[in-house]
Design a protein around this ligand. Structure first.
Ligand code: CP
Length: 343
């Protein structure tokens, strides 16, 4: 690949619109459709870069990226770390369990501390909705939301869109957006930041989104987001092109939301039999971590021709490289952000 990484084609931006005017990536809700497509196009370049044997760019050389994770993570933390390192940045991970948060330090004091270390980008995962936005308001550098409570997980939705787009392209259904595509998201919608970000992203790209959950795990007002709610999983799967399964987020539940994992699997588990209700060759997605035998059977999760779960993980690195690259362009004085002020 060439220097085009830092010099995106200005022709991709709609006339009169600025390329990517945001300082932070806090949620899909802040993005316009063309900005989502822009980030996906940027990420696609990194997918190709990541297929090379040598995967080291100098784009972020000299910059410091802090990954501040106040909640557990495997995929998001590792892929942000790999993304930062492949871009040449100095990457530092802060795990809340080993930090002064455990000694009673407030979130704002932690934010002020990170800011004083003059990070060039801060990636944050936090268990409270809105915590990432609060930190962003206290620091001077770009902040990337790696998942905040039940609110948003924007890079997950972007990587899901990229994985979906690439799987469809391999089947000869290449398209910039998802117009006409039916996607069923099933699971603990109530507690899911992944569901929220995906509803926003998929509907912005033209997909029809069905949501399926037991009544206790379906939030109010999903219709206002453009999604169609279901409680009957078989009905929600009928003719769908994509089944996106979510785990029960017990860490965010207080009280009993389902009778038992076994009963949940009977009503809402994706099995081979249930997959037959979907459109022929429907794709299976899961953001991970999976609870095999609860929301998804192992033989479905591992179906080579249908499941794109590992592809989602692969796309996560590319999307996070794109996000770090785009958001640090102003700091680096590189073209491709905008000529005005950050929003
Ligand atoms: N999908 C996702 O956010 O996974 P992690 O919790 O492992 O980061």
């Amino acid at each position: 690949m060439t220097a085009t990484f830092n010099q995106p084609d200005p022709g991709r931006f709609p006339a009169g619109r600025r390329a990517f005017p945001h300082r932070d990536l806090l949620g899909i809700s802040q993005l316009e459709r063309h900005e989502i497509l822009y980030l996906l196009a940027e990420a696609q370049q990194w997918v190709e870069f990541n297929h090379q044997s040598k995967k080291r760019s100098k784009a972020l050389r000299g910059l410091t990226v802090i990954n501040a994770f106040f909640e557990n993570s495997t995929r998001t933390l590792l892929s942000f770390e790999i993304a930062g390192k492949r871009l040449g940045a100095d990457v530092v991970n802060m795990h809340a369990a080993q930090s002064s948060v455990k000694k009673g330090e407030t979130l704002i004091d932690t934010a002020i501390t990170l800011n004083a270390m003059r990070a060039d980008a801060i990636v944050i995962r936090h268990g409270s909705s809105g915590a990432v936005e609060l930190i962003a308001s206290k620091v001077d550098c770009p902040v990337l939301n790696a998942g905040d409570g039940q609110h948003e997980h924007p890079t997950q939705a972007l990587l899901d869109a990229l994985a979906l787009r690439s799987a469809l392209a391999e089947r000869g259904q290449a398209s910039e957006d998802f117009t006409g595509l039916k996607v069923t998201i099933c699971g603990d919608i109530l507690h899911s930041r992944v569901a929220r970000s995906n509803i926003l992203c998929l509907t912005a790209l033209g997909a029809t989104v069905r949501l399926c959950a037991p009544p206790a795990l379906m939030p109010q007002g999903v219709e206002a987001m453009g999604a169609v709610p279901y409680h009957d999983f078989d009905a929600a799967l009928e003719g769908t092109d994509v089944a996106m399964m979510l785990r029960l987020q017990t860490e965010r539940m207080s009280g009993q939301f389902i009778p038992s994992a076994r009963e949940y699997h009977r009503l809402y588990g994706l099995t081979q039999g249930r997959l037959e209700r979907c459109a022929p060759d429907a794709l299976v997605m899961h953001p991970g971590p999976m609870n095999r035998g609860v929301e998804i059977d192992s033989d479905v999760a591992d179906m080579l021709d249908r499941s794109i779960i590992t592809r989602q993980v692969e796309m996560g690195v590319a999307v996070r490289m794109a996000a770090l690259d785009v958001l640090t362009r102003k700091t680096r004085g590189v073209a491709g952000w905008n000529d005005g002020e950050w929003q």
